[in-house]
Design a binder for this molecule. Structure first.
Ligand SMILES: [Zn+2]
Ligand SMILES: [Zn+2]
Length: 111
């Protein structure tokens, strides 16, 4: 069973047609996958190492300590911050700020 990589829905099977070989297609978005080429694609994907990016949720941010720093988007003067270790443990943590303006909620990282 295969799932759509862009929206996560179960892919439906489409019989071979004049225009195309048998394929899987997503019922809700334009994603189509030719069954013949699928094996190759999968093998290729396995070789690509995904970069691990830190995942910050808004909850993490909102529970963080407050600081007085201007938001680059709305220039609100107060934000919460969270430290995230992005690379190896040897390197300093990156600080992410979250704007405390309810209408903005902009998240940015310190350079
Ligand atoms: Zn889809
Ligand atoms: Zn803001």
């Amino acid at each position: 069973m295969e799932f759509c990589p862009s929206c996560g829905n179960m892919l439906g099977y489409e019989k071979p047609n004049l225009g195309h070989p048998s394929r899987l297609c997503c019922p809700t978005c334009p994603y189509v996958c030719n069954i013949e080429s699928m094996v190759k694609i999968k093998r290729k994907q396995a070789l690509v190492r995904k970069k691990i990016e830190p995942v910050i949720t808004l909850d993490d941010m909102n529970n963080g300590p407050k600081t007085e720093v201007p938001c680059p988007r709305c220039s609100h003067g107060e934000a919460t911050f969270t430290q995230v270790q992005i690379r190896s443990a040897d390197e300093p943590a990156t600080i992410f700020y979250s704007c405390l303006n309810d209408k903005c909620n902009h998240i940015w990282r310190e350079d």
